[in-house]
Design a protein around this ligand. Structure first.
Ligand code: PBG
Length: 305
């Protein structure tokens, strides 16, 4: 079996505040950023396409050093998920739980005072837990902590259980490497760090040992699904996680991987669908059970043709 079926594919989508907004994301050809009202129309098309799961990312101009808008009821993610689950209960709605789109410094958590961008673990865990609970309250089926602060899975799981959301599932960004492949995404989500980079909390791309240790601790802390991200330069990590752990494994074919394929195809360097088939066969062969990809709608369309 060298192909993912539609039920194993997750489509990441980008929301922003306001109304009547559907703007093309220039760094990611063919994708859009939606306000809640426009996204609800798009959701019709997604549901009709046969794609079963979406991973929702928010963005906002309401930023401060603590990222408090992440867990506001007025947050575009919370507003949208609430209506979405009423209209499209058939869609599995997953949400990214991170502060980077809501902090004025652009880092994924709350920072300690100081010159180096270093996270305050306690404060960050607290804010992530609140964010996850707000998503669960809006109706998210699965939350996905991605700030890469230690203990994020346990803190989020505990808060969900305490607030009566023990049925809400948890997908952990376990092996998330500090990667150049996230470039196009950061423009899409307006979440690039203003100063410094994320190497203080994301994993060193050379360090498989640490990635495996993170997978192990995330499983102990209660993850239902673990993730390797990006996918292509980390096929060996996917394979190793699959061999060592008995848990659902997701691979995230990230923005840079998507835009390379798109831009290459537009420049006439290759045929887009041949390239995508080859890449996805590789990710499947390495052992991923689930694929998170921006190509999801295109795949659905092709399956039905
Ligand atoms: C937020 C987050 C990022 C991605 C997913 N969640 C960006 C980052 O860590 O800077 C990247 C996704 C992609 O590139 O497609 N923490």
């Amino acid at each position: 079996m060298q192909a993912f079926s539609l039920k194993d594919i997750i489509y990441p989508v980008f929301l922003k505040e306001g109304s009547g907004v559907k703007e093309e994301i220039r760094s990611m050809p063919g994708l859009y950023r939606f306000s809640s009202d426009e996204f609800l129309k798009e959701a019709e098309a997604i549901a009709a396409s046969g794609v079963k799961s979406i991973l929702v990312f928010g963005s906002s101009s309401k930023k401060n050093s603590f990222g408090t808008f992440a867990y506001s009821e007025e947050n575009p993610v919370n507003i949208t998920v609430k209506t979405l689950k009423k209209n499209h209960s058939e869609l599995t709605v997953m949400t990214d739980v991170c502060l980077c789109a809501y902090t004025d410094h652009g880092h994924c958590g709350i920072l300690k005072d100081g010159t180096k961008p270093e996270m305050d673990q306690g404060k960050t865990l607290n804010a992530l837990a609140k964010t996850a609970v707000s998503h669960a309250r809006a109706g998210a089926d699965c939350v996905s902590p991605s700030a890469m602060v230690k203990g994020q899975v346990g803190a989020v799981r505990e808060a969900l259980d305490k607030e009566g959301f023990s049925h809400t599932r948890l997908m952990a960004y376990s092996a998330k490497f500090a990667s150049s492949f996230y470039g196009p995404f950061r423009r899409a989500a307006d979440s690039a760090p203003k100063k410094g980079d994320r190497s203080g909390y994301q994993l060193d791309f050379r360090d498989t040992e640490k990635a495996l240790a993170r997978v192990e601790s995330d499983i102990k802390e209660g993850a239902d699904i673990v993730m390797v991200k990006p996918a292509l330069a980390y096929l060996d990590v996917i394979k190793e996680v699959k061999e060592k752990f008995n848990i659902k494994l997701a691979a995230y074919n990230v923005s840079g991987e998507y835009s390379m394929v798109k831009n290459g195809a537009r420049a006439g360097l290759w045929e887009e669908w041949k390239m995508i088939d080859e890449i996805f066969a590789g990710i499947k062969r390495a052992g991923a059970d689930i694929l998170i990809t921006y190509h999801a709608l295109g795949i659905a369309k092709r399956i039905h043709e």
